[in-house]
Design a protein around this ligand. Sequence first.
Ligand SMILES: Cc1ncc(COP(=O)(O)O)c(C=O)c1O
Ligand SMILES: N[C@@H](CCCC[NH3+])C(=O)O
Length: 435
Amino acid sequence: MHHFTYVGSNLHCESVDLAEIARLYGTPTYVYSATTLADNYTRLANGLAGLDVQVCYAQKANANIAILRHFANLGAGFDLVSGGEIRRVLAAGADVKRSVFAGVGKTEPEIKLALENEIFAFHVESEPEIARINHVAGKLGVKAPIAIRINPDVDAKTHAKITTGKSENKFGIPLKQAGAAYEAAAKYPNIFIKGVQMHIGSQLTSVAPFVEAVTKVVPFVEELKAKYGITYFSIGGGIGIVYQDALASGQQAWWDAQPAETRPITPEAYGAALAPLLKPLGLKILLEPGRNMVGNAGVLLSRVEYLKRGEGRNFLIIDAAMNDLARPAMYDSYHEIVPLHRDTARRAFTADVVGPICESGDCFAKQRPLQEIGEGEYIAFMSAGAYGFSMASRYNTRNLAAEVLVKGGSFELINARETFEQQIANEKIPAFLKA
Ligand SMILES: Cc1ncc(COP(=O)(O)O)c(C=O)c1O
Ligand SMILES: N[C@@H](CCCC[NH3+])C(=O)O
């Protein structure tokens, strides 16, 4: 469920008219619902009620410090993949002690920063990384807590670019080699074996691959508990969200109307399927959800610049582009596109919705049925809260979008639109070119 809905003819986030935000701050602008964010956190934590659960929100999905603070206030830690992400936790005034550090390429300065801030654990992705963590911990005179990321070789049945738990993926250590990796880790003087981790992919739309992976790994987890006294098992993130029919899926009635076999995954179904497998372990269970926490809590607002009527094709040219929301260009992913002002009296038409960037890939939707809409009107991309702003770039010297957080009837800018001065500030012309 989410809190984006039409009130009369106008699309609202909670009780704020989104057109008001578009007019006030301009576009493209991301808008997030604080209530949806909180609901998503609570539903997931409650889905595994009865277990000792720690939610480590995967910050890569949306790293705005206001959102981090909101989740931290609710009790979340974070799943981090860079020194920059550690710095964001600190900037949000949150605690790194409840956070884990993943990623295949951790550098020495990043490991040092994590240790200095007493990271909950490193999620180790290779044997050479264990040696490096041991070395940095030794220099600091501390013991580094680690968990090894297991690659269970399970098909997550998601997009090839975001599946991570197959043996051909670069992530983790294969289950068959993991025992030896733990034995090697146990020999290092500055390493403390704390847990075990896995993450099989993103945007999973069914619980079956999660069940398969957990079932496959559980005997090994039991062995690790007996051998090393590990205290936690992180089952990663990956729970998918609804992209098609995103607006309707904000209503309970929509979920109830879906046939049981094809009903999209919910935190409740995820919890119900996994809790019985996890409970007997008697371990703390870490979850690393990203998309499911923020995806349906955000929209991207954009303004129509031109309606170009091509040969047998309409092009709706808008002021957002692939640099603002890269998912359609990168993964051919679908985002529902809706007008901020709905007018049922208007004709329907189909259009390619495109941005102003000089690439044919700068296309959000092809031949999309829409209400006829024209210059100066606003649209919203639904389900844009995850991997939207966090993947934005400045391609074509475009400034990064603004971000706004709504709660009830209030809203506040949580990231002002970048200016060209800010964008260019770090660049300089070297003296040898100033002839
Ligand atoms: C290690 C790890 N944990 C958690 C996540 C979050 O994934 P998602 O946003 O699909 O929940 C990712 C990204 O896929 C990841 O690589
Ligand atoms: N960036 C991807 C998800 C990657 C998940 C990160 N491990 C997306 O937009 O769907």
